[in-house]
Design a protein around this ligand. Sequence first.
Ligand code: AMP
Length: 399
Amino acid sequence: MKIFVVNAGSSSLKYQLIDMDNEEVLAKGLCERIGVTGCISHKAADGRKYEAETPMPTHSEAFEAVVFAMTKSEAKVIDSFDEISAIGHRIVQGGAIFKGSCLVNDKVLSDISDLGAMAPLHNPAHVLAIKACIKTFGEKIPQVVVFDTSFHQTMPPKAYMYALPYEYYEKYQVRKYGAHGTSHHFVSDRVAVLENKDKKDIKIITCHLGNGCSITAIKDGVCVDTSMGFTPLDGFMMGTRSGTIDPSALTYIAEKDNLSAADINTICNKKSGMLGISGVSNDNRDIEKAGKEGNERALLATSMQRYQILKFVGQYIAAMNGVDAIAFTGGIGENDPGLRQYVCENLGFLNVKIDGELNKLRGQEVKISTADSGVDVFVIPTNEELAIARDTLDIVSKL
Ligand code: AMP
């Protein structure tokens, strides 16, 4: 059974075609500049490539270009899209409505659209893309939506409520929703497999560290707390996002510089984090290089990032009254041995010990803790597309 996985933004569309008989990726690609000009870059598993500039005024033309790439181009992988059994879409915000993945129907589409106020850059684009996808692939191929937030829906109110006047929760559903749920779900499932234990029997902390970062606590097999909040700005510093800030610091800056709420939102989302502190880049590789050359602000950014991550891990150890396994994933989590070493060394009070050589490995699934470590520590490359495809398969196989 072949499943087509879609991750659509307002001007881009990432996709993979996965053969679920062996969970192998048959092809993957990206359409960019939708609504402006349009281009597609598509790659088959055997390395054949197809790249083209083609007008994409809407997502419909982008999907048509993808169908051409998959079925007719020099990098074709199927003869017809009839070979696709189901389509799975990544959705950023499912609010409190979506506690799991589900089939697309009119009500689901209108609920995703209504949640757009909480994810204005994402949910409206997802709805446009799903409608365009139905137009291109027809009504016969089932479409499933998989939410970044649904894994976090098991958090108890004490974890997801903000200590604001209760009316804002009632009127506007202001609370913590979390993000990266598909990744935390995938990685925690892998931890249970690698530990050879039922997930319900282990306390896990998953650290998804990429351009966006979040840390999740998983106990009794479910998420009990996570660092991202009402939006993916909350938590600790990221590539360009600030993480948690005293709101009074922001109102103070707004008054001083006569800034609007939208200006503050842009500063916190786009100009802060590693970029804001280092002044060098949002990319950890650039910051590491600048730090080695003696750039003080780059060194400060790195030390802040590591310290903030450590504190979140510490919080969740306390919240769960212990931890059995910690997993690192995402571009930084998978590739930054120094960060992993820092976090683990500072958990020495739990007798956490890692193997220096294993910790040097990059981008591969590996247990980096020693046999006598008090906590098992893993590096687990995330695979959100496969997780979406698995959920999609699960849902359509029950039809
Ligand atoms: P992601 O959003 O998961 O793609 O992660 C992006 C972040 O991962 C950036 O800050 C990159 O610097 C970092 N990253 C990716 N590859 C490497 C690498 N080989 N070494 C160090 N950091 C990396």
